[in-house]
Design a protein around this ligand. Sequence first.
Ligand code: HEM
Length: 214
Amino acid sequence: MARTAAAAAGSGEGMPAWGWFAWGGMALISSVIALVSLRYLPGKGPVPEVTALNRYFNPWIKVHAAGAASALLLGATQFLPAIRARWPVLHRIGGRLYVLGCLIGGVSALILAAGTSAGAIAGAGFGALGCAWLATTSVAIYNILKGNVTAHRRWMIRSFALTLAAVTLRVYLPLSSLLALDFLVAYQVVSWLCWVPNILLAEWFLGRRAFAQK
Ligand code: HEM
């Protein structure tokens, strides 16, 4: 039976090749970082000194790693149009788990931000990120509960752009050590740099004509 254009678009068949490429790269790197972060749960593996010295390291780093890594693992799949169209139940279950991950990861992030050993600038950067993460995710949930699917999508894009701070942070920090920058200064800069450009990029994406008309 011939399928309608709307159904084809809804299933994701219309996603351009570059879209799949970008999605695949994002899903891969997010999954690797999330899985590596799970090393905190059994308390094994190397811990960066700045994190090990956090005043609230125990038990909050475990809570944070569990919640935030779950959000990072689940987030990318939630944007696949094929899953939304063909298995809406999966999308709903994944969405609830993503939100739970953000909630646990976000609240524990605020506690860790207050206890960072890297100073007030880093504490403020991570604290603001934690607030923005909890706020964008909450607005996305509020909108879906009101039946406003378009606004829900837009706020979830913002929420996930902030979840991806975990990825950008782990790109910028090694880069700063490659450039032989002072670690503490770089860490403070990165506590802001890991998320402000992400949310600006998300705003740009949401403002593109093609997306704004959907
Ligand atoms: C998006 C909001 C997030 C905020 C506000 C946040 C905040 C923080 C803070 C404040 C610390 C402690 C750093 C210190 O002591 O100086 C930390 C560490 C950590 N966070 Fe997050 N985080 C967020 C997202 C994530 C995500 C999505 C992951 C998932 C992988 C993650 C994984 C970790 C890990 C593994 C550490 C330990 C330090 C390291 O290995 O680099 N965080 N986070």
